[in-house]
Design a protein around this ligand. Structure first.
Ligand code: ADP
Length: 933
C-alpha cells in the first residue's frame, strides 16, 4: 500500500526507467531524417562502418541511437514496418540485459531485431531463444530479409542437424534456436573428442523469447543427456502388480490410525507417505515376488532404490492421470506439458517414473539410462556475458528473475491503449453448473457475432467441453496436445465471426489471433493469386473484421484457473492485441482442483448457505481472494522447487566448470608433461602412505607390501628392501623421494621410447578417457546423494550443508581417482604402435557413437518423485515429507520450514477469525485447530 502511495507521488522505478529510455528514443528519432536520406547502398554500408568504429573502441552503447535508427529504416524499406517508439524502448531494454514485458501482439518479433542487430556488430554472436522449433524457424525467416539487407548472416539450429550445418549456424552473426537445443549443444560440446567438433562459440549475448516460459516454467527441471544402461523391465512389471494391493487412505489422520490403510497422498505437495503397515506389506510382497531377500529390509542401503521404484509406481497409479499428464499413443507414453497442454514426444520422466507409467498402462517398458551430462537452464543461461528476454507476462515473477538471474523487468507500455475488458470471475457450485454457465455465455457471444476462445487447464476438460458443445449444437474447433499439426491453421481462423475454439492453456502460443480471421493464410495454399483475387479476399476479410470489432472483439473464456496467475494472464492476453477490443472472464467451480484443494470448506459452506442453484454463479471477493491465495501458494511451492533445484545444481555447477575446463585444456592439446609429473608425486605419495604411515618409525613399515603393491598397480618392481639394506641412513623422506624418482625415471624413459608426439597423444587420450568415465560415475553418485540426502534430516543435520560437504568430498575423490588411474594406465600400458594409438581414439569415438543417447528435460512431477526416494521410519516421516514437499528430494532448512507450514495450515493467508470454527470441520475453534501458531 505504502509503496503504491509513494509510487504515485514520485513515480515508480519502472516509470523512471521508461523516462530515461525515452530520452534515448528522442536521440534515435533525431537521427531519422538523416538516415532516411541515405540510399539503400549507403544504408547497408552503415554495418561495416559500425563494425569498424566498434573495433576502434566505440562502445555498443554509444552506437545504439544511430544503429537503432539504421535498423528501423532498413525494416521500413525491407518489410514496410517501422519500429514504434515503444518497440525502441523494448530494444533498449534488451540491449541493457533486462526483460521487456510487452503485451501479446505488440510486435516482440520486430522489437528483438534492434538489439540483435546492435549486438551482432561486435561479431561475437547473438542467440535468439524460442520455445519451439517452429517459432525459431518462423522468426528467423521473418527477420532474415532485414538482417541480410544489413549484411548480417542468420542461422537456425535444430535437433539432428548435420554437424557442419550446425557449426555454420553458430558461426552466423545471429542464431535462432530453442532453449533445449542450445542447452544440449552446450552439454554435447563437452563430450566431444576434439575442439573442431565443438559447435558453440563462447556464449555472448542472448535474447530469450517467452522468457517466463523458459526460465520459470521449464526451469523446474534439469537438462539431462543419458545413455542406456541395463534392462530392468521385469522389476517394474513386478512392482506394478503390488500397487493395486495397497490401500490408499483419504487423509493423513486415517493413515495414522487405521491399520488397513497403507499410504496417503498429500495432493497439495504431490507427496506420498507410506504408513508403517504399508512398509511391512510392501516388504512382504517384494519378498513374495523375489525382489527382496528373506532377511532384507527396504531400509538396507542397497535396497533404497527399490523403495524409490515402489514410490514411483504409486505415483504412476494414483497421481498421474491418463489424458491429463500423459497420453498413450501407439504403445508409448507421451508426456503432456502441464502448462502448455502440448505433448512432448521423446521426453521421459526420470527416476523410473516413466517405466512405472509404462507398466501401469501395460505397454513396453523401455530400458533405464545413465546420466552422461546434465545442467539446468538457470546455470546454462547464466553462462552468457549478457542475458535478456521478452514476454507478455513477467511482472508477477519479477522477484524471481531478479534473485535467480539478476534480471530486471521493464513493463513497456502498449503502442495503443488496451481496450480489452477483464470481467470478474463467475463461481459455480459444481463443474456441471460451470459448464452450463459457459455454454450460456457462448451462445450470447455468438449471437453478437463475436469469436470465442475457451481456455482449459487439461485435455480432459477440453474433451468434456467439446462433448457438451456438440450436444448443444455449438460448432467449434478443439486445439490440444493431440492435434498440434492443425494448430496454426485453427488459430489462424480463431478470430473469424462466431468462431468457437477450445484450447488447452497455451496451445498455439506465439501465433496471433487476428480479428476477422487471417485471410493471408488462405492464399498460402493457392499457387498463384491474381491481384484482383487478393483484393477481393482482403475486402471480404475487412467486412468480417469490422463485424467482429463491432461485436466486441475476441472473447476469452477461462474454464478453470491455472495454478499460476501468470498463465491466466497469458490466456487473457490473447485478446485485445494492438488496441483491439476484447473481453475476458474466468468460470470456476468449487469442484475445480485448485478450489477443492486450497479453497477450504468455508467457501463451500458459504455458497451452500446462500442457497445457490447449480447453474447460478456468484462473483464474490472472498472467493476471488482465496483463489489468489491458493495460486500464491502454488507459485511459491514451484519457486521453492526451482530454488532448490538451483541450490543443488549450483554445487554441481562449480564442479562441472572445473571438469569442462580441464577437458578443454586436454582437447586444446595442452602440454601435460609437467602435470603428469606432479600426478606421479601425488599418486605415489598416497600409495606409500598406506605402507609407510607418515612420521612413523621403521618398525611400522610394510616394505614387502609396498613392493607387491607397486608391482600390482604399476607393474614396476623396486628392490626397496635391498635399498634399505644398502643404505642405513635412508629415512622416510629419502625413501619416498627415491621411490618417486625411480618411477618418474622409468616413465620418462618410456616416454622417450614412444617419442614426444605419441607420448603426448597417449597421455591426453588416457586422461580424457579416465576423466569422462569418472565424471559420469560422479554424476550418478551425486544424483544418489541428492536423493538420499534428506535422510540426514533425522540426524539433525542440515541437508544442504551435508550435500555440499559430501559432494565436495566425492569430487575430491573423483579427482584423485582420475589421477591415479591416469598414472596407473600410463605405467601399465605397453608402448603402443602408431596403429594402436589411432585405434584407441577410434574406439573411444565408436563407444560414444554406440551409446544410445537420450535427451531429457523432465517434467516437474518427476522432481517431486525424487522426493520420496526413501522414507525414514515412521516417527520421522512427517518431518522428511515436509522437507521433500518443497519439490525436491532434500528440502533445505528454509524450504523445509515453509513447506511444512503450508502443509500444516491449508487456510494460512485466509482471513479467518481466530475464534471462528475451524474450516476443516473438526468442531474446534480455528485458533485451537489449524490456526494454532
Ligand atoms: P507478439 O510476439 O508481441 O505477440 P508479434 O511479433 O507476433 O507480436 O506481432 C504482432 C503483429 O504486429 C504482427 O503481425 C506484426 O507484423 C505486427 N507489427 C509489429 N510491429 C509492427 C510495426 N512497427 N508496424 C506494423 N506492424 C507491426
Amino acid at each position: 500500500m505504502l509503496s503504491k502511495i509513494i509510487g504515485s507521488v514520485v513515480g515508480t522505478k519502472n516509470d523512471r526507467e521508461l523516462k530515461r529510455m525515452r530520452r534515448v528514443v528522442s536521440k534515435i528519432n533525431a537521427r531519422e531524417a538523416e538516415i532516411q536520406a541515405l540510399s539503400d547502398e549507403q544504408l547497408q554500408q552503415k554495418t561495416a562502418e559500425f563494425k569498424a568504429r566498434h573495433q576502434n573502441g566505440e562502445s555498443l552503447d554509444a552506437l545504439l541511437p544511430e544503429a537503432f535508427a539504421v535498423c528501423r529504416e532498413a525494416s521500413w524499406r525491407v518489410n514496410g514496418m517501422r519500429h514504434y517508439d515503444v518497440q525502441l524502448i523494448g530494444g533498449i531494454t534488451l540491449h541493457e540485459g533486462k526483460i521487456a514485458e510487452m503485451k501479446t501482439g505488440e510486435g516482440k518479433t520486430l522489437m528483438g531485431t534492434l538489439a540483435m542487430y546492435l549486438n551482432a556488430i561486435s561479431g561475437k554472436g547473438v542467440h535468439l531463444v524460442t520455445v519451439n522449433d517452429y517459432l525459431a524457424a518462423r522468426d528467423a525467416e521473418l527477420n532474415r530479409p532485414l538482417f541480410n539487407f544489413l549484411g548480417m548472416t542468420v542461422g537456425v539450429i535444430y535437433s539432428q542437424q548435420p554437424p557442419q550445418e550446425k557449426i555454420d549456424a553458430y558461426q552466423a552473426d545471429i542464431t535462432y534456436g530453442t532453449n533445449n537445443e542450445y542447452g544440449f549443444d552446450y552439454l554435447r560440446d563437452n563430450m566431444v573428442f576434439s575442439l573442431a567438433e565443438k559447435k558453440q562459440r563462447p556464449l555472448n549475448f542472448c535474447i530469450i523469447d517467452e522468457i517466463d516460459s523458459i526460465l520459470i516454467d521449464e526451469a523446474r527441471t534439469p537438462l539431462i543427456i543419458s545413455g542406456q544402461a541395463e534392462d530392468s523391465s521385469r522389476m517394474y512389471a513386478l512392482i506394478n502388480t503390488i500397487i493395486p494391493r495397497l490401500k490408499r487412505s483419504k487423509d493423513e489422520e486415517a493413515n495414522k490410525n487405521n491399520e488397513d490403510e497403507d499410504f496417503w497422498i498429500d495432493e497439495k505437495n504431490r507427496q506420498i507417505e507410506i504408513s508403517e503397515k504399508g512398509y511391512e506389506k510392501i516388504e512382504r510382497f517384494l519378498t513374495e515376488v523375489g525382489e527382496l531377500g528373506e532377511n532384507e529390509s527396504l531400509y538396507s542401503p542397497s535396497r533404497l532404490p527399490l523403495l524409490a521404484h515402489v514410490q514411483a509406481a504409486i505415483r504412476a497409479h494414483h497421481v498421474f492421470v491418463k489424458n491429463v499428464h500423459y497420453i498413450v499413443d501407439d504403445g508409448e507414453i507421451i508426456i503432456v506439458d502441464e502448462n502448455t497442454g502440448r505433448t512432448m514426444p521423446g521426453r521421459r520422466w526420470s527416476e523410473g517414473l516413466h517405466q512405472a507409467v509404462e507398466a501401469k498402462e501395460n505397454v513396453e517398458i523401455q530400458a533405464e539410462n545413465q546420466t552422461l551430462a546434465t545442467t539446468t537452464f538457470q546455470n546454462y543461461f547464466r553462462l552468457y556475458d549478457k542475458l535478456s528476454g521478452m514476454t507478455g507476462t513477467a511482472d508477477t515473477e519479477a522477484a524471481e528473475f531478479k534473485s535467480t538471474y539478476d534480471l530486471d523487468v521493464i513493463v513497456i507500455p502498449t503502442h495503443e491503449p488496451i481496450a480489452r475488458i477483464d470481467m470478474d470471475d463467475q463461481i459455480f457450485l459444481t463443474k456441471l453448473g460451470k459448464y452450463k454457465g459457459i455454454i450460456r455465455e457462448i451462445k450470447e457471444i455468438q449471437a453478437k457475432g463475436a469469436p470465442v476462445l475457451v481456455g482449459t487447464a487439461t485435455i480432459e476438460a477440453s474433451e468434456e467441453l467439446s462433448y457438451l458443445f456438440d450436444q448443444e449444437g455449438i460448432k467449434h474447433n478443439v486445439l490440444n496436445a493431440k492435434q498440434h499439426e492443425r494448430e496454426a491453421e485453427i488459430i489462424a481462423q480463431a478470430g473469424s465471426p462466431k468462431a468457437v475454439t477450445i484450447a488447452t492453456n497455451m496451445a498455439g502460443r506465439g501465433t496471433d489471433i487476428i480479428l476477422g480471421g487471417n485471410w493471408q493464410s488462405f492464399i498460402e495454399d493457392i499457387d498463384a493469386v491474381s491481384p484482383e483475387e487478393m483484393a477481393r479476399l482482403k475486402a471480404e476479410w475487412q467486412v468480417k473484421h469490422d463485424q467482429v470489432v463491432a461485436a466486441g472483439g475476441l472473447h476469452i473464456i477461462g474454464s478453470e484457473r491455472h495454478e499460476s496467475r501468470r498463465i491466466d494472464n497469458q490466456l487473457r492476453g490473447r485478446a485485445g492485441r494492438q488496441g483491439d477490443p476484447g473481453m475476458s472472464r474466468f468460470f470456476l467451480s468449487l469442484e475445480d482442483d485448485l478450489m477443492r484443494i486450497f479453497a477450504g470448506d468455508r467457501v463451500v459452506n458459504m455458497m451452500r448457505a446462500m442457497g445457490l442453484k447449480e447453474d447460478e454463479a456468484i462473483e464474490h471477493k472472498m472467493v476471488s481472494k482465496s483463489i489468489e491465495n491458493a495460486q500464491g501458494k502454488v507459485e511459491s511451492r514451484d519457486f521453492d522447487a526451482r530454488k532448490n533445484l538451483l541450490k543443488y545444481d549450483d554445487v554441481a555447477n562449480e564442479q562441472r566448470k572445473v571438469i569442462y575446463s580441464q577437458r578443454d585444456d586436454l582437447l586444446a592439446e595442452m602440454d601435460l608433461k609437467e602435470a603428469i609429473d606432479v600426478m606421479h608425486h601425488e599418486v605415489y605419495n598416497a600409495m606409500i602412505d598406506q605402507f609407510i604411515p607418515p612420521g612413523s618409525i621403521d618398525d611400522q613399515w610394510n616394505i614387502d607390501g609396498l613392493e607387491d603393491e607397486l608391482e600390482d598397480e604399476f607393474k614396476i618392481s623396486m628392490p626397496i628392501n635391498d635399498w634399505l639394506d644398502e643404505d642405513r641412513r635412508l629415512d622416510e623422506d629419502g625413501l619416498r623421494a627415491k621411490i618417486i624418482q625411480t618411477a618418474l625415471e622409468r616413465y620418462h624413459t618410456r616416454r622417450e621410447q614412444m617419442g614426444e608426439k605419441d607420448a603426448a597423444q597417449l597421455e591426453r587420450h588416457l586422461m580424457l578417457q579416465s576423466l569422462d568415465k569418472h565424471w559420469k560415475e560422479h554424476l550418478t553418485q551425486m544424483d544418489q546423494l541428492r536423493k538420499g540426502i534428506h535422510l540426514r534430516g533425522y540426524a539433525q543435520k542440515n541437508p544442504e550443508q551435508e550435500y555440499k560437504r559430501e559432494s565436495f568430498e566425492l569430487f575430491q575423490m573423483m579427482l584423485g581417482a582420475i589421477k591415479s588411474e591416469t598414472v596407473q594406465d600410463l605405467s601399465r600400458v605397453h608402448i603402443p604402435t602408431k596403429e594402436e594409438l589411432e585405434a584407441l581414439e577410434a574406439q573411444q569415438r565408436e563407444n560414444a557413437a554406440q551409446m544410445q543417447m537420450q535427451f531429457e528435460h523432465n517434467d516437474v512431477d518427476n522432481l517431486d518423485s525424487n522426493a520420496g526416494a526413501a522414507q525414514p521410519p515412521a516417527q520421522n516421516r512427517n518431518q522428511a515429507a515436509g522437507a521433500a514437499a518443497a519439490g525436491m528430494t532434500a528440502g533445505a532448512a528454509g524450504a523445509n520450514a515453509s513447506a511444512s507450514a503450508a502443509g500444516e495450515n491449508p487456510y494460512a493467508g485466509m482471513h479467518i477469525s481466530r475464534n471462528a470454527p475451524c474450516p476443516c470441520g473438526s468442531g474446534l475453534k480455528y485458533k485451537q485447530c489449524h490456526g494454532k501458531i
